[in-house]
Design a protein around this ligand. Structure first.
Ligand code: AMP
Length: 218
């Protein structure tokens, strides 16, 4: 099973992907996470991507498609994959077709999380996560039960993404509208797009996603 989660920054792609990973043993392939790891490790890709990411612009199609291809090679054939934050341009969608074919995989669904952009800015600028285990929190919507201590692992260090400030978020939204939204017709023509109300409660979004996944061949 291979699905793409599509939606602007802050739509909840990462949160929902993580739930599918926990419940179904699928693998989440997030180009954003891969790029952040590359930036942290100061690899050549990371050095190239850092400033682009800080501005909220898109990293080159060649870089992200090569990252996805390498991850699929490392993964082997068994696990289902959730693409989170990839593809983000029509060129990436075309590359993904070729990459999937070369790995004997095909796409089952493209799930679009439908969201209200203004609400997203509040969602994104308030989010932070545990530096140890990665559990996500929010200043307004989900504080740790005990302030300063992670609910999941008990860690005390928290971090924020450098690109989660309002100015960069607005650029990321504009990039989504201009370059990513146009890939929907590409998949609509194949009849594999499904839409979910991404403004609904997190559990309701998961339930909708589960019913879509249940319809896909395993
Ligand atoms: P994300 O974590 O998905 O919000 O991605 C964070 C940043 O990484 C984006 O704002 C882009 O700068 C870069 N990025 C992640 N995925 C892609 C992609 N598929 N294509 C181009 N840039 C990407």
């Amino acid at each position: 099973m291979n699905i793409i989660l599509l939606g602007p920054p802050g739509a909840g792609k990462g949160t929902q992907a993580q739930r599918l990973v926990d419940r179904h043993g699928m693998r989440q392939l997030s180009t954003g996470d891969m790029l952040r790891a590359a930036v942290k490790a100061e690899t050549p890709v990371g050095l190239q991507a850092k400033a682009v990411m800080e501005r909220g612009e898109l990293v080159s199609d060649e870089i992200v498609s090569a990252l996805i291809d390498a991850e699929l090679t490392a993964l082997g054939a068994s696990a289902g994959v959730i693409f989170d934050g990839y593809p983000r341009t029509v060129a990436q969608a075309e590359s993904l077709d070729a990459i999937l074919a070369s790995h004997d995989r095909s796409l089952d669904y493209v799930v679009e999380l439908d969201v209200d952009e203004d609400a997203l800015v509040e969602r994104i600028t308030g989010r932070f996560s545990c530096a140890t285990c990665g559990k996500g929190y929010h200043d307004k919507f989900e504080q740790p039960a005990q302030p300063g201590t992670c609910d999941k692992c008990g860690g005390h260090d928290f971090k924020r993404r450098p690109d989660d400030n309002e100015e960069t978020v607005r650029t990321r939204m504009a990039e989504y509208r201009a370059k990513t939204a146009p890939i929907l017709p590409f998949y609509e023509a194949r009849g594999i797009v499904r839409r979910i109300d991404g403004m609904a409660d997190i559990d309701a979004v998961t339930a909708s996603l589960e019913s879509i996944v249940a319809g896909a061949p395993v």
